[in-house]
Design a protein around this ligand. Sequence first.
Ligand code: 8OZ
Length: 368
Amino acid sequence: MSDLKLFSPAKAGALELKNRIVMAPLTRNRARAEDDAPVDLTATYYEQRADAGLIITEASQVSPQGKGYAWTPGIHSDAQVEGWKKVTDAVHAKGGKIVIQLWHVGRISHPVLQPGNADPVAPSAIAAQSKTFDGEQFVDTPAPRALDIDEIPGIVEDYRKAAENARRAGFDGVEIHAANGYLIDQFLRDGSNKRDDAYGGPVENRARFLKEVLDAVVGVWGGDRVGIRLSPFSNANDIADGNPQATFSHAIKLINGYGLAYLHLVEGQTGGPRDIPQGGDLAALYALFDGARMGNNGYDRASAIEAVESGAIDLVAFGRPFISNPDLVTRLVQDAPLNALDPETLYGGGEKGYTDYPTLSEASVAAE
Ligand code: 8OZ
């Protein structure tokens, strides 16, 4: 069993991973309300999961404008860096590796979550038929304001500063969140990007913002400590594209030039079926990338073993199973049963459903 590739060490750029099981980025909405800083409980939560070959943190906004939901953490202030430092110290003390996911939500926000109650920003003033949580209720995401071309360098600079803050906070690297209908994805896709300047029109232009973010973040970390997440065939947050195969072929060829640690793809519909719409070819997209390939979405033990053993991908990111099983790696190695997930405690709240899921040994003590 232990000679299964899934449980064997791997390299992802400069990141040396003790196994190929990755904790996927998971929004949990438990940051401190006053300043969006991670709390001590968050250090406990990640520390409990440090057996993963790699932890990718929950998406963390690069600026106040990049925020789209109540109680998500940021990585743009000193207090947030301080909170994250406790997280990285705790994970490192347990022998784990952890990167932070850098996030700007673009139009998936609401004025009540924005500085000065401003309208959220996006490539074009097109509303997403989506919802966000404002701290009290779910609200429709309104029409955003189209970014002025002069504002774009400032947002790229926010990514650069966030990447620097991530270094100060002791992370092993960063993941650029370019998936799930948030700002980078909004630029990439022709359904949300109707600009007629250098950032819109042909895919070369729609990928310009991604390229500038890559330049900024790789400039801080070097390519081999940067990963990127894309969701080519997902329509999460009402994202749409006339030809996702062509869009993401171009994007991944561009990305491949940076020597990144890994390419992380959401396979199929985010948080939903793994089916790829007719004509979509995920393997062809992975083949355009020379570094480690990480797959996510609905994997279980058998499909993860098979995917890595066959060479289809190198690393498997587990989301929901990692929420309810802090010792997921041990359970997968032993082929032990998994704790069920409590959907009521996914977003917001305290330790219930966050740090109180039992490990196998805790569960067996409780059963005695
Ligand atoms: C669930 C709830 C809110 C945000 C994503 C960051 O889909 C998210 C997210 C997931 O990438």
